[in-house]
Write a protein that binds this ligand. Structure first.
Ligand code: PBG
Length: 323
């Protein structure tokens, strides 16, 4: 035998020497769910180990995460039902608790990178990401609402705006609105290829944001399609996105790889709630070893080409691998 690949696997030192893909806490974004109120740390039943935090509690959580080396956070609001309406007014109102918490986080911890979520669903009495008219999710009338939401978030101090709604033309509308309001330094992390996936269940439980009727298939993508993701990538890039995201991640590694090959922008992926929940469930049953299966899962996304990973495992990863 002239070729013996096992030579390069012989010792740990050699294996480290030829390791192709690296994963560190610096690549991870930790999602946090927020609620209005005081002294609330309420576990999400379908996503064990994750909580809805009130302002005082999330400040403690972020401080702990910073000590573990986590610097990036994406925030989502769980909004009380009586504040929801068909035009998502509360999303940009002056007394919005989500914006208030973001502002406080940036005051206390200016070194962190904060990412927002732009979509109507947490604020919409219809539970859809866009405006509903006669049972249809209308595109162009949704855009000014998203723009107002984005400007309010930029004002609160978010570093990146995260449009997750999949309306056509939203990146351009948001970019123009941000620039017009003077927020030319605020970035856009676009949910470029977001699929109509069955793996968002625990997230919708956390925010109580499931659609009141119908599904999201007229705006989120068909899981069968990959070329369509490349059209979305091209559009988002030309409309001014700073990073492109694929969501979900684990079931769409091929899409991550394809987008990575067509763009020079950083590529992010969202390891979504259902993908994390299924691993947690198997590990809690003793069927898989969490400390080994979890990092292997995250590594697969890096190997596929993701520069950045949004994952509910960020804190556990940092805890296990903090040196
Ligand atoms: C809202 C939004 C969703 C997620 C992130 N932003 C849910 C949805 O589109 O229904 C899902 C994230 C997760 O499952 O972890 N537009």
């Amino acid at each position: 035998m002239l070729q013996r690949p096992r030579r390069n696997r012989r010792t740990e030192t050699i294996r480290n020497l030829v390791e192709e893909t690296h994963l560190s806490t610096a690549h991870l974004i930790y999602p946090l769910f927020l609620v209005d109120g005081y002294n609330i740390k309420d576990e999400v039943l379908s996503l064990p180990g994750n909580y809805r935090f009130s302002k005082d509690q999330v400040l403690i959580e972020i401080k702990n995460c910073i000590e573990l080396g986590i610097r990036n956070f994406i925030l989502f609001p769980a909004v009380k039902e009586h504040l929801k309406d068909p035009i998502a007014t509360y999303s940009y109102s002056g007394d919005n608790f989500y914006l208030d918490i973001a502002k406080r986080i940036k005051e206390l911890f200016p070194e962190v990178c904060l990412i927002s979520d732009v979509a109507m669903d947490p604020y919409n009495s219809d539970g859809h990401d866009g405006l509903v008219r006669n049972g249809k999710i209308v595109n162009d009338e949704t855009l000014p609402i998203l723009a107002k939401m984005a400007v309010a978030q930029a004002k609160a101090g978010f570093d990146y705006i995260g449009p997750s709604d999949m309306m056509d033309g939203r990146v351009k509308t948001i970019r123009m609105a941000l620039d017009e309001a003077g927020f030319y330094e605020t970035g856009i992390l676009s949910y470029t290829a977001k699929y109509a996936s069955a793996f968002y269940g625990p997230f919708r439980d956390a925010l109580d944001s499931a659609p009141k009727s119908g599904d999201k298939k007229t705006y989120q993508m068909n899981p069968a399609n990959k070329r369509e993701a490349l059209i979305e990538a091209q559009l988002d890039e030309s409309e001014g996105a700073d990073m492109l995201m694929v969501k979900p991640a684990l079931h769409y590694l091929d899409v991550i790889q394809s987008i990575k090959q067509t763009t020079n922008l950083p590529v992010a992926c969202y390891h979504v709630s259902g993908e994390c929940a299924m691993l947690i469930a198997a590990c809690r049953n003793g069927w898989l070893d969490y400390k080994k299966a979890m990092p292997e899962t995250l590594l697969s996304m890096r190997r596929a080409g993701a520069d950045v990973i949004i994952t509910y495992f960020a804190k556990d990863f940092a805890q296990i691998f903090a040196r």
